[in-house]
Design a protein around this ligand. Structure first.
Ligand code: ATP
Ligand code: MG
Length: 704
């Protein structure tokens, strides 16, 4: 039923009610009021009354009532007040014009100057009718400002009562004639007033009903709007959620577990996509398990059982086997909710982490590769920085340095072997510098340089009075090296009795001072060197084999300079620079013949010998060209084996030697009585040409 019809019915009902009341009070359409009033007036009043009873729209009723009252009461002005809240409200003002009555509704602006306020309040309070036949005479409201000012003659103020409840007040005045409101008119008005009260009540109810109706309608509209908004935002949220699921490859899933059984399961579209199932596939645990990797199925079942039993959530990574055989990694997390019946609902999400896993593996591989590269680079950098005083780029030396890099960070003992002067001590120091012990002492003991009977005391210290001359307690090298490195140089020279004591320290890391009983614990890393053949020494019983194995945990063999001739130019340059700086000299270049000579020489004393030759040469060389006195090398065999040389070469060699010897004797002079030519018994010109051909540098033999 629509709103109009409903209102119409309510209106009809009210109207019928009104008519019943009308009849009850003897004002039915056929009833004649018995009071002695003019027939016309009564008929009009009854008609008016009927008209009022038929009006349920409040505004129209107010208008009609005011107009009828003014017309039938013989008033020239009428006001209708309604009593709703605290104060009576002016609803209409009717003024009798020349031809008709004009009405203005809701004259809110009417103030005290247009209303007899004291009278109105009196009527509202007492609910009694006030009638002034001649307002110009003395009466209780004479002091009312409006009455004084308006000077109207007849005044009527009539309460509109409905079952003893004040609905409104009708105010009428006639400003010209006194006693305008005759008894008959009063009665007609009374009738009109009762009808008006009922009609007003009805109209009010109707208005309230309409208002309530419109409020309901508004509320309904508001509700509909809210519902529309909610459903729109729900639809939007759902779309966002689906989008988010798609973008993050995350599907959602809910599962009810009743008596340990997974009963209902619901999942999102993304879950279906994730599982690679057909869109129409039934959402069930069994269907999902079909996709799970056979090795992970038990894991999933166990997690679901556990969740159903304990109400705990789950968090696991499983593999899916897709229809094309490819693997997918997913991460499933879920929380549980328990209802009153004890059933558990698992609500969670499954995310495809295949790409992430792949990236992780790649990044792990990359990290490992970078780590390896880093280690290699660090080794390179370390080699460059830690071995700055170790000159040479030959493969044999680089191999040694690489071994140094490996052993240095460990705590292993090292045995460095090699000919004299090959740099064994240099390497031992480099190992210490690169080790975690680098901040602790590096203590060197040259075992060959210490008298045999003092070696024990030197190594382990002695107590006061341990032997003749031991006036004070002395701390040995082992104790001095505590936490650091003990360098045992020429370890092959240690006498057998000390070898035993040394073996014990290496095994037990404890020793006693000579003449002492207190066992001292010791944390020392031992690096030893030898240039004697320890194998031969062991075979001869001069060196303990067990000690050898204790020392030679990490053997490093130093190549001789002969085995790395390519390092000679670098070393020459390095030593020239070093000694020239010390001597305050500067050399522009090196004599090429000399350099060849240095490179072909065998260097039995290895780098130490080379170092000495260069140092000596720097001292004696006063020209800008650096040269070496080859006599300093001459006493040694040359690198090239004589048997490999041709006869010609041998002859040239011999010839060169003879000429150089003669030049050395003559101080580089060729001609003259003391010249080399005379000594050799040949003309000076011949010797000059031979010197030139054999590329002999005469200046080397000049005496300074
Ligand atoms: N690669 C090198 N670069 C620069 N100098 C070096 C190099 N190798 C050795 N030396 C120098 O040569 C000299 C001899 O080296 P070191 O004392 O280490 O040799 P060694 O093998 O211990 O000799 P020995 O067996 O005679 O004791 C030292 O002055 C050292 O600085
Ligand atoms: Mg040495």
């Amino acid at each position: 039923m629509d709103e109009g019809q409903e209102l119409y019915r309510a209106g009809q009902h009210l109207q019928r009610e009104a008519q019943k009341g009308y009849l009850r009070w003897g004002a039915g359409p056929t009833t004649r009021i018995a009071a002695p009033v003019e027939q016309l007036d009564l008929a009009t009043v009854v008609q008016a009354s009927q008209l009022l009873s038929g009006e349920i729209v409040l505004e129209r009723l107010i208008e009609r009532l005011t107009v009828s009252a003014v017309e039938h009461a013989g008033a020239d002005r009428g006001l209708l007040f309604l009593v709703g809240g605290d104060e009576p409200r002016v609803e209409a003002e009717a003024i009798m014009g020349r031809e008709r009555v004009t009405v203005s509704l809701r004259q809110a602006g009417l103030g005290a100057a247009q209303i007899p306020e004291s009278m109105l309040r009196y009527v509202v309070r007492t609910q009694e009718t006030v009638i002034l036949d001649d307002a110009s005479t003395q009466h209780p409201f004479s002091a009312d400002p409006y009455i004084i000012q308006k000077r109207c003659r007849s005044v009527l103020c009539l309460p509109l009562l409905r079952q003893a409840s004040l609905k409104g007040v009708l105010y009428l005045e006639n400003s010209l004639s006194p006693q305008a409101f005759t008894q008959a008119r009063m009665e007609a008005l009374g009738l009109l007033a009762s009808q008006a009260a009922i009609s007003l009540d009805n109209a009010q109810l109707y208005a309230d009903l309409k208002q309530a109706q419109s409020k309901t309608q508004q509320a309904e509209q508001e509700l509909r709007r809210v519902l529309d908004t909610i459903s729109a935002s729900l639809r939007r949220s759902e779309a966002y959620l689906a989008q988010a699921q798609r973008l993050t490859h995350t599907g959602t899933c809910a599962m009810r577990i009743s008596s340990g059984q997974a009963e209902e399961i619901g999942w999102s579209k993304e879950t279906v996509r994730l599982l690679g199932l057909d869109e129409t596939a039934k959402s069930s645990l069994e269907n999902a398990l079909q996709r799970i990797h056979p090795e992970d199925v038990a894991l999933v079942r166990q997690a679901v059982d556990e969740a159903g039993r304990s109400g705990a959530g789950l968090d696991l990574a499983v593999r899916l086997v897709m229809s094309d055989g490819s693997l997918k990694h997913i991460h499933v997390v879920a929380d549980t909710m328990k209802d009153d019946s004890g059933d558990v609902e698992l609500v969670g999400a499954a995310q495809d982490i295949t790409a992430w896993k792949k990236a992780l593996e790649e990044s792990r591989a990359l990290r490992d590769r970078l780590f390896q590269e880093n280690v290699a680079l660090r080794e390179e950098v370390d080699k460059a920085s830690m071995f700055e005083d170790i000159v040479g780029s030959s493969p044999p030396l680089q191999a040694v340095l690489s071994r140094v890099c490996k052993v240095a960070p460990t705590d292993s003992r090292a045995l460095i072997t090699g000919e004299t002067g090959t740099g064994k001590e240099l390497i031992a120091r480099a190992i210490h510098r690169r080790s975690p012990r680098s901040l602790r002492p590096f203590v060197a003991v040259n075992c060959a340089a210490i008298p045999k009977d003092l070696i024990a005391s030197e190594l382990f210290g002695h107590e006061k009075g341990a032997f003749t001359g031991a006036l004070q307690r002395r701390v040995g090298r082992f104790e001095l090296a505590e936490g650091g490195t003990l360098f045992l140089d020429e370890v092959g020279e240690i006498p057998p009795e000390i070898q035993v004591a040394l073996l014990r320290v290496l095994q037990e890391r404890r020793f006693e001072r000579v003449g002492g009983t207190q066992s001292i614990s010791n944390d020392v890393r031992v690096i030893a060197t030898t240039n004697v053949d320890l194998d031969a020494a062991m075979n001869a019983g001069a060196f303990r084999r067990d000690l050898f194995y204790r020392l030679s945990v990490f053997p490093i063999h130093m190549p001789s300079l002969r085995e790395r001739r390519e390092d000679i130019p670098l070393l020459v340059e390095y030593f020239i620079e070093r000694f020239a700086t010390q001597a305050g000299k500067r050399f522009r270049h090196i004599n090429k013949t000399n350099l060849d000579l240095l490179q072909s020489y065998d260097w039995p004393g290895n780098i130490r010998e080379l170092q000495n030759v260069i140092e000596r040469s720097v001292i004696v060389c006063d020209t800008k060209e650096f040269s070496v006195d080859e006599h300093w090398l001459a006493s040694r065999p040359l690198a090239k084996e004589p048997k490999q040389r041709t006869l010609d070469e041998q002859l040239i060699g011999e010839e060169t030697k003879l000429i150089e010897a003669a030049l050395a004797e003559s101080g580089g002079k060729v001609s003259g009585s003391s010249g080399a030519a005379v000594k050799l018994g040949m003309p000076a010109t011949t010797l000059y040409s031979k010197i030139h051909r054999l590329k002999i540098d005469r200046r080397r033999f000049k005496r300074h």
